[in-house]
Design a protein around this ligand. Sequence first.
Ligand code: AMP
Length: 285
Amino acid sequence: MIIIKQAARLQEYLQQQAARGIISGFVPTMGALHQGHLSLISESRKHTGITVCSIFVNPTQFNDPKDFEKYPKTLEQDILLLETAGTDILFLPSVDEVYSGGLTNLEHYDLGYLETILEGKFRPGHFQGVCQVMYRLLKLVQPDLLFMGQKDYQQCMVVKRLLQIMGSKTVLIPAPTVRESSGLAMSSRNMRLSTDQRGTAVDISRALHYIKENLAEKSIATLKTAGAGLLEEAGFKVDYVEIANADTLEPVPEWDGKTPLVALVAAFLGDIRLIDNMVLTENQG
Ligand code: AMP
């Protein structure tokens, strides 16, 4: 694995590879890697001739400065994991390297409705930050395929929108959420959970399963209230439990039995904010 810290060097190297007709895959991350990230590397290796992973904790996407400060960092272990997983290139830039024009007066992207709901609503500015960093990384790497996790369902939709705005040829491949055997969705933030909290965190996937299993019998409103109730009883502070159209993320107040559905949850355990989601209908991946 080659580790590159400078954008210009990365670009030069990747342009040489592209000129040789090698298909490239890109897996952007913020480090503190786990099997979820590695599943994206493995997907990329299946479909491409060169896999680039980036580790960059992007300051502009944290609406809460404390969350940014406390974001876990495990670089040495990350490098070992990526090497073992067969990653070709690790891009490890500094903030100055990515934001060479500084962190002020950054561009604004028109994300429309997507930015007004769920994560967009509860984390103001978050998706602008995601787009600001993804725009820069995508311009640099210019991958044929981009691998991102469905764990961040709305983020996948935002990045798809960004690719359209950019007129990019890169194709986004969303990959399924990797879970612990308990059902807990893997997340870098899980590293901050105490043993007790880790046990409680499983209730998020329990709530999602409950919603899925009772979809045919109960109303959407009842399912949302029950899901939120389950989490509050377990000690969470719930931001949202939503059931939405899986294609548009518009809330679905009553189900017609056909619309593809996804249930999405965001909730705090102490000061740690966790998100998860589950596609509820069979015709969706
Ligand atoms: P992050 O480092 O949290 O920014 O995540 C980097 C990429 O890994 C994003 O595309 C995430 O959606 C994806 N990812 C995070 N957790 C998981 C998971 N449990 N399963 C699959 N992909 C994941």
